[in-house]
Ligand binder design. Structure first.
Ligand code: SF4
Length: 462
């Protein structure tokens, strides 16, 4: 039985007034990091040096204690310690993003929530979560390349990042082992990339190559140059995108690492001469991550001609309110960053407290449409678990919001297959939660749902 949804109106913690009059875009120009006890004497020049940011990144509980000093209460430290025993992601925050956290309201802070897991906030995993929820490994064409869509491929030359996000979809490989997850993280080894380039050369249908990871920010300038020029020299490759969270978490990289920006600039110039697009896809989730440092980074990047787009993840208690998504989208647009996607949170382990429902995402998508110029309105999508690829949030074949299961088809990437997304159980209506507590009942209901979805998918195939 499919019921109509009643959507509660929610305000997200990063909310700015979104309706009616003109918006003002405020960019924090203050020395905000000086509110962190260990950085009271750090001047803007030092703070604005990417090497200082890398050297002073927080990677351990001891690092948090040393940096926060009196702000690190014993209960906070115990809660983070408990969180680290449950998460598949390691701890790494740049000083920039660490000092965007409002430590006085740390528990509900949308920036803290993305990077620092609290044991007290964890919720047991949904029975259907998967380590590799997007089936990237089973679609591997070479050890570094996933080829799923006909004309696009995903190149993963590195699995290290300058920060580690609690919600990472590649938590199975990114960022080293944790108490609950052992993984084979790898750094960039350019001597091993030839088979990947050869594969792309031998598949002329591949027009778009995404260079992700991990984070392209940690590729050395000569590696950016090597990847960029090799790909652009392949006649059939039309567009390349470097994926980096850098603009959101270490914007000073783009003003203080001249060599890296020059390498990107060279790649952009080659692209321009060949009428090929070079883009940088970044990852802001809230407007709190956008400051005066972002504006400076964007001025530097704009000079290279690179096109910058943003991909957000919809995260409960972070950006799952219209005001937040709307204001963040508008503020990014004001900095020449095009809001591109808002992803429904993938079904990966250790993230249940951060996920939300298809119903909520659909509601937000409807509200966003028409509230920003079309080309700056992000597409809200579900990356269909099991490798169906990105699907518009309202394009499911069937959705039972009570038990939180939706069925999706993917006629281009995987014709004939059906993919299922499961909403987090603790966000379902009471009746739905009760059904999940009864194994026999939920199996019956899921079996009925699946046969109905198959029949519907079959009917629309012809
Ligand atoms: S920056 Fe991207 S790849 Fe790295 S941990 Fe965050 S979400 Fe994962």
């Amino acid at each position: 039985m499919i019921k109509e949804a009643i959507i509660p109106q929610s305000k997200s913690p990063c909310a700015q007034p979104g309706g009616g009059g003109p918006l003002t875009y405020e960019f924090d120009r203050s020395d905000f990091w000086r509110s962190i006890p260990a950085w009271r004497d750090i001047d803007p020049e030092t703070f604005g040096d990417f090497r200082w940011q890398q050297r002073n990144s927080i990677t351990s509980i001891q690092g948090i204690q040393k940096t926060l000093k009196e702000l690190a209460t014993p209960s906070l430290i115990a809660d983070i310690e408990a969180g680290l025993l449950k998460t598949p992601m390691n701890l790494r925050l740049t000083p920039y993003i660490f000092s965007r956290i409002q430590w006085g309201n740390m528990e509900n802070d949308p920036v803290r929530r993305q990077f620092l897991p609290l044991g007290s906030q964890f919720v047991p995993d949904h029975p259907h979560v998967m380590d590799d929820s997007l089936a990237e490994d089973s679609n591997k064409a070479t050890p570094y390349l996933t080829h799923r869509y006909p004309d696009k491929a995903l190149f993963l030359p590195i699995t290290l990042c300058p920060v580690y996000c609690s919600f990472c979809t590649r938590s199975r490989v990114v960022g080293g082992s944790t108490a609950v997850k052992s993984k084979s993280t790898y750094g960039a080894k350019s001597t091993e990339w030839d088979a990947t380039f050869d594969y792309i050369r031998n598949h002329p249908e591949l027009e778009d190559i995404v260079i992700s990871g991990g984070d392209a920010l940690l590729l050395r300038p000569n590696q950016i140059r090597h990847i960029g020029t090799t790909l652009l020299e392949i006649p059939t490759v039309r567009r390349i995108r470097f994926a980096t969270k850098g603009v959101a978490i270490m914007p000073m990289k783009f003003t203080s690492d001249k060599e890296w920006v020059e390498a990107l600039d060279e790649v952009c110039q080659i692209g321009q001469k060949r009428m090929k697009e070079v883009a940088l896809h970044t990852h802001f989730n809230t407007d709190r991550e956008i400051t005066e440092w972002t504006s400076r980074a964007m001025k530097s990047l704009s000079a290279t001609g690179v096109r910058v787009r943003n991909q957000s993840v919809l995260i409960s208690g972070v950006n799952d309110g219209f005001d937040c998504l709307h204001y963040t989208g508008k503020k990014l647009s004001s900095q020449l960053i095009q809001p591109y996607y808002v992803y429904l949170h993938d079904m990966v382990p250790g993230c249940e407290h951060l996920r939300t429902t298809v119903q909520k995402a659909e509601h937000l998508s409807r509200r966003l449409q028409g509230s920003i110029a079309g080309f700056n309105t992000p597409r809200v999508v579900c990356d269909a678990p099991g490798g169906g690829g990105k699907r518009e949030i309202s394009s499911y074949t069937l959705y039972d919001y009570e038990i939180g299961v939706s069925a999706w088809t993917s006629p281009t990437a995987k014709p004939g297959e059906i993919f299922y997304y499961y909403d987090p159980i603790h966000r379902l209506p009471q009746d739905g939660q009760a059904l999940w507590a009864n194994k026999a009942e939920i199996s019956r209901r899921l079996a009925n749902f699946k046969s109905e979805a198959e029949a519907k998918a079959e009917a629309t195939r012809h």
